[in-house]
Design a protein around this ligand. Structure first.
Ligand code: ATP
Ligand code: LTN
Length: 338
C-alpha cells in the first residue's frame, strides 16, 4: 500500500485592526509583508479585526472604508485568497461567542496586567470601556477557534498571544484537550519599527504626530520629507549603538527595504553623513512601497471584488470556527440547540 504521509501544515493566524486611516510602515514591515511570505509553508488565516477596533471610538463610515482598505492592503501585500483564508472578523460571529465563554475562564488580575490595556487606558482616559479590558479574550478566541499553532505578531502583541495560551491551557486542564496551544511568531528583523519623531516609542498608526509615522499610502515627497526630519543623534556616524534609537531604527528600515544586512548598511555609509543616509532611506522606502500603493489604489476602485474575497473568506473561516465552538459549548455543558 502506498504509505505517503501527508504532513499537515501548521496553522498560522493573524489579524490587523482597520483603525486609524491606514497602515504604517511598522504594520507593513512588522506584520503584513511577513504574512504573505508565510503562505507557502503554512495554512494561513488572516483577519481584519474590526471588532477590536471599536474598543476605541470609530466613525462608522470611516470604519467601513478602512475595512475595505485593510482587505485591499492585505491583497496588495501579496496575500492570495486562493492560498490563504482572508476574512473580516465580524463576518464570523463564532469569535464573539467563544470570547464570551473564554471571558469566564480569564482572571480579572490577568487582564489588568496587560501593557496594552494600561497604555490605551492612559491614552483614552475618557473611554476606558469593558471591551478595551477584555480585548485579549476576543483575541484569544480569534486564535484558539482555528486551533492555530503560530501567531505572527509584532513584539507589542506577544503578551496577548501568551495570555491566549494560558487561557487555552487552563481550559484544557479542566475539560481535557480542546485547544492547540498557540505560540507567538516574531520576525527576526523589523518586529518593532520605532517612531521617526520619538524613536523610543513604537511607530503607531494612532499617533497624532504625522511626522512620527510613514503611512503606506504616503506620497513619495512626504516619505522623503519625513525621513529627512527623522530624529537621530549628534554622533554623526551611520552605525548602530545602544544609545542611538533613532539611527538603529533607520538602519533596520533601510535593511528591510533593500534586503541588506545591518553590517552591509554600516559599510555602505562609512564616512558619509546622516543627510545622505536619510535620503537613501527615503528612496528605498518609496521604491519598496510603490507597487503596493498602486495596487491598493486599483483594488479600492473594485469594492465588488473585495466583497467577494471577504464573502468566500468568511465562509471558509466559519466552517472551521464552528467546529471548535460546538466542541467548546458541549464541554462546558451547553445543550445543543434542539
Ligand atoms: P494602533 O496605533 O491603532 O494601536 P498599530 O499601528 O499599533 O495600531 P495594530 O493594528 O495594533 O497597529 O497592529 C497590527 C500589526 O502590526 C500587529 O501584528 C503589530 O504587532 C504590528 N505592528 C504594529 N506596529 C508595529 C511597529 N511599529 N513595528 C512592527 N510591527 C508593528
Ligand atoms: N490585537 C492585534 C490584532 C489582532 C490579532 C488577533 C493578531 C486581533 N486578533 C489575533 C493576532 C491574532 C493588534 O492590534 N495588532
Amino acid at each position: 500500500m502506498d504509505e505517503t504521509v501527508v504532513e499537515k501544515k501548521k496553522v498560522v493566524l493573524s489579524g490587523i485592526q482597520p483603525s486609524g486611516n491606514q497602515f504604517t510602515l511598522g504594520n507593513y514591515i512588522g506584520a503584513i509583508r511577513n504574512w504573505a511570505l508565510m503562505q507557502d509553508s503554512f495554512d494561513c488565516i488572516y483577519m481584519v479585526a474590526n471588532e477590536h477596533s471599536i474598543t476605541v471610538r470609530q466613525e462608522p463610515a470611516k470604519l467601513r472604508e478602512n475595512t475595505y482598505r485593510a482587505i485591499a492592503s492585505l491583497l496588495a501585500a501579496g496575500i492570495d485568497p486562493k492560498k490563504s483564508i482572508l476574512f473580516v472578523q465580524s463576518h464570523v460571529p463564532a469569535h464573539a461567542e467563544l470570547a464570551w465563554i473564554l471571558d469566564c475562564y480569564t482572571m480579572f488580575g490577568e487582564l489588568t496586567r496587560m501593557t496594552q490595556f494600561k497604555d490605551k487606558s492612559a491614552k483614552n482616559a475618557d473611554n476606558i470601556n469593558a471591551g478595551l479590558f477584555t480585548y485579549p479574550t476576543l483575541m484569544a478566541a480569534d486564535i484558539l477557534i482555528y486551533q492555530s499553532d503560530l501567531v505572527p505578531v509584532g513584539a507589542d502583541q506577544k503578551q496577548h498571544v501568551e495570555i491566549a495560551r494560558d487561557i487555552a491551557g487552563r481550559f484544557n486542564g479542566i475539560y481535557g484537550n480542546t485547544f492547540v496551544l498557540p505560540e507567538p511568531y516574531i520576525p527576526a528583523m523589523g518586529a518593532k519599527i520605532m517612531s521617526l519623531a520619538e524613536p523610543e516609542k513604537k511607530m503607531s498608526k494612532s499617533d497624532p504626530n504625522e511626522n512620527a509615522k510613514i503611512l503606506v499610502m504616503d506620497k513619495p515627497e512626504d516619505i522623503m520629507r519625513k525621513f529627512r526630519r527623522a530624529v537621530t543623534d549628534s554622533y554623526g556616524e551611520v552605525r548602530r549603538g545602544e544609545d542611538k534609537p533613532g539611527l538603529n531604527n533607520l538602519i533596520t528600515i533601510y535593511s528591510v527595504a533593500t534586503g541588506k544586512t545591518p553590517e552591509q548598511v554600516e559599510a555602505e555609509f562609512e564616512g558619509k553623513g546622516y543627510g545622505d543616509f536619510k535620503t537613501a532611506c527615503g528612496e528605498a522606502v518609496v521604491e519598496m512601497l510603490r507597487p503596493f500603493r498602486e495596487q491598493v489604489e486599483t483594488l479600492m476602485k473594485n469594492k465588488d471584488y473585495l466583497d467577494q474575497v471577504a464573502k468566500e473568506g468568511a465562509e471558509q473561516a466559519e466552517r472551521i470556527a464552528m467546529r471548535t465552538l460546538r466542541k467548546v459549548q458541549k464541554k462546558v455543558g451547553f445543550l445543543p440547540r434542539p
